[in-house]
Ligand binder design. Structure first.
Ligand SMILES: CC(C)(COP(=O)(O)OP(=O)(O)OC[C@H]1O[C@@H](n2cnc3c(N)ncnc32)[C@H](O)[C@@H]1OP(=O)(O)O)[C@@H](O)C(=O)NCCC(=O)NCCS
Length: 159
């Protein structure tokens, strides 16, 4: 059986996830993103993994308490020790809506680590479909853009 590069979580947004405006807290969404992508990275690498980077989070639409939330995390690029994971968060009113609405999209990078917390090799992803090849290119383009962003941020990071 092929290695699974995708993990999906589905659950109801609970009253305890509320923010001060009565909708789901952005921090709760970020926690879910971290959990789903951790499961995805660990499942792919069969190793303990840590988050090294989260990028491009945009909250397009609010999630209502009681909505059915669906989060898909997919390994789209692998380096030597890192896995670039694309995460899509969707939600719908379970009674009124037929379709999900995309609420958040981001890329999160995990590194597989050994018992000493040092980066360790991960199985390589070989993109086979046209869509997966596009996602691989997308991850590479973002890596290049990140270099410029990190250069811009460098003078302010360690102040
Ligand atoms: C993750 C960690 C082990 C990496 O250690 P490091 O000394 O930076 O290791 P390296 O420089 O060899 O980088 C390891 C990989 O991370 C990638 N990486 C490092 N910084 C990155 C960044 N800003 N964005 C994307 N990838 C990054 C490298 O490209 C490398 O990938 P590759 O092996 O596939 O080429 C270390 O930074 C760490 O422990 N960070 C804290 C993690 C943490 O606490 N996360 C939050 C809780 S889980």
């Amino acid at each position: 059986m092929d290695k699974e590069n995708k993990v999906i979580f589905q659950f109801l947004a609970e009253p305890t996830d509320v923010n001060f405006g009565g909708k789901v807290h952005g921090g709760a969404v970020m926690k879910w993103i971290d959990q789903v992508s951790f499961a995805c990275a660990s499942n792919w690498s069969a190793s303990y993994c840590v988050t090294v980077y989260v990028g491009g989070i945009k909250f397009h639409k609010p999630i209502q308490i009681g909505d059915l939330v669906k989060i898909e995390a997919k390994v789209i690029f692998t380096g030597k020790t890192s896995m670039h994971i694309m995460v899509d968060v969707m939600s719908k009113n379970i009674i009124k809506d037929l379709d999900y609405t995309k609420t958040t999209h981001c890329i999160i990078v995990f590194v597989a680590v050994n018992n000493d917390g040092e980066p360790t090799h991960v199985p390589q992803l070989i993109p086979s479909t046209d869509h997966d090849k596009k996602l691989w290119d997308y991850a590479q383009k973002l890596m290049l853009l990140r270099k410029d962003i990190e250069e811009e941020m460098a003078p302010f990071k360690n102040r």
